[in-house]
Design a protein around this ligand. Structure first.
Ligand code: GAP
Length: 451
């Protein structure tokens, strides 16, 4: 494909194939919230479990946690979110729209969309004021400030406030990490670009507690580790880069941050952030809660560990993978759209297709194979429509392999396997398909798309 992949193409594919829908669509939707359909759920599950595998399952030094979404509001005072998790905002008194004061160059005037806010004589912008991004809610029956609480804007704080529990009960000592996946919520003022900036997203964060003297080494280790994870799951290296933040760009808690950026259709943008949070969070919670969050060694040495944090959302990974995998090509004078996803990410691993759906023998063999394969993998049986259309449907959802049961199968018990990327076909004995698929899904994969 020579044309650039646009966000519109991704949105349209997601809609057409039931990956993602605008949330509460029959009521006109709700700005920048989305619902996931069948294939979206399957792909998200794969991303989550591959992250968890790399973070927890394959390591000895990281344990899992699942903390609450609504925490004691004092957590957010201690973390600095109540005072500082804000964006500067201006209102236009003429068109009644709201804009990020620091992003006016990316916004459109409500009356004249070809202009920026403030560029027309009619624009009447207020002074900038700080707007807190946390969603506020009420806990219990009283509706006053004493019952106010927040939906978490990051999962990280749930980890810090459990530091002592994990240290004691999981019998850990630095360096060790705590990993968590869960929903976070931000009342973003300028959401958009599909799933890239949404108000409700699933974060995958890991807080790695280390002796202060080792913090820089671990920070660099985690930047490399996470960068390589994206390469492993097929993102093209030419579309990925590391970008270290300058001092004035860093968050209030960070002493060093590197963004792993992907070349999205909107340009190079943050996919994942890796930060050295120092001892900021444990010190803040120690001061605000009175509970000492520190490590005390067997020999009596004590210190507040530094924290290295890789943090990302499933949404940003999902969009990057879709953009990277999306391809259009003409094969034998017919156009096809194909999602060249890593097989481990693909929502469906294989399709089982009887060539002639009216042929009872073919259907029986195809059903038998489907029942065998579905015990180990998510596979799909499809007997609806012409074989070419069925292949194209599978290409669009990124299914790496298709097994076709045809006339020859009835004679010699072999099936055709079609490769999504190369379109190569070979014949396999029916009884060997399950083992072949296990092996094929385990092979390293790299994108056949041009860099
Ligand atoms: N605990 C650190 C933290 O939350 P962040 O840079 O604000 O840092 C971490 O967010 C990651 O969460 C980002 O790199 C991005 O992948 C994801 N993220 C943040 N805001 C998002 C949003 N509105 N929509 C989708 N993903 C978001």
């Amino acid at each position: 494909m020579t044309e650039p992949v646009t966000m519109d193409k991704i949105v349209s594919l997601c809609r057409r194939r039931g990956f993602v829908f605008p949330s509460s669509e029959i009521y006109g939707g709700l700005g920048s919230t989305y619902d996931y359909g069948h294939y979206g759920v399957l792909a998200k599950n794969n991303i989550r479990s591959l992250w968890f595998r790399a973070m927890v399952q394959e390591r000895d030094d990281i344990v899992a946690l699942d903390s609450a979404v609504i925490l004691n509001p004092r957590v957010w005072e201690a973390s600095g979110h109540v005072a500082g998790f804000t964006d500067p905002l201006v209102d236009c008194r003429t068109c009644k729209l709201r804009f990020r004061a620091d992003k006016l160059e990316d916004a459109n005037c409500g009356r004249k969309p070809s202009k920026r806010p403030g560029e027309t004589p009619d624009c009447d912008l207020t002074e900038a004021r700080q707007f807190n991004l946390m969603f506020k809610t009420q806990v219990g029956a009283l509706e006053d400030e004493s019952s106010a609480a927040y939906l978490r804007p990051e999962t990280a704080q749930g980890i810090f406030v459990n530091f002592k529990n994990v240290l004691q009960l999981a019998r850990r000592k630095p360096p060790f990490g705590i990993a968590q996946v869960g929903k976070s919520f931000r009342n973003e003022i300028t959401p958009g670009n599909f799933l890239f900036r949404v108000r409700e997203f699933e974060q995958m964060e890991m807080e790695f507690f280390v002796p202060p003297a080792d913090a820089d080494r671990w920070y660099r280790y985690w930047v490399d580790e996470r960068f390589n994870w994206y390469l492993k799951y097929g993102l093209r290296e030419s579309r990925l880069r590391r970008r270290e933040h300058s001092a004035d760009e860093r968050s209030h808690y960070s002493s060093a941050t590197t963004d792993i950026e992907y070349l999205y259709p909107i340009g190079w943008s943050e996919l994942e952030g890796v930060a050295n949070r120092g001892d900021y969070d444990l010190t803040q919670h120690t001061q605000h809660s009175g509970s000492k969050l520190e490590f005390v060694g067997d020999g009596g040495e004590r210190y507040t560990p530094y924290v290295i944090e890789p943090a990302v959302s499933i949404e940003r990974i999902f969009v990057a993978l879709l953009v990277d995998g999306y391809d259009e090509e003409t094969v034998a004078e017919r156009e096809r759209t194909v999602l060249r996803l890593h097989p481990a990410i693909a929502p469906v691993k294989a399709a089982i297709l009887p060539l002639i759906p009216r042929n009872a023998e073919m259907v029986e063999k195809a059903r038998g194979l489907y029942d065998e394969l579905r015990r180990r993998h998510v596979v799909e049986y499809d007997d609806g429509g012409q074989i070419g259309r069925r292949y194209r449907r599978q290409d669009e959802i990124g299914t790496p392999f298709a097994f076709t049961i045809d006339e020859q199968t009835l004679g010699d018990d072999t099936v055709t396997v079609r490769d999504r990327d190369s379109l190569a076909q070979e014949r396999l004995p029916l009884g060997g398909v399950a083992a072949w698929l296990d092996e094929a899904l385990d092979r390293p994969w790299s994108s056949p798309k041009e860099a």
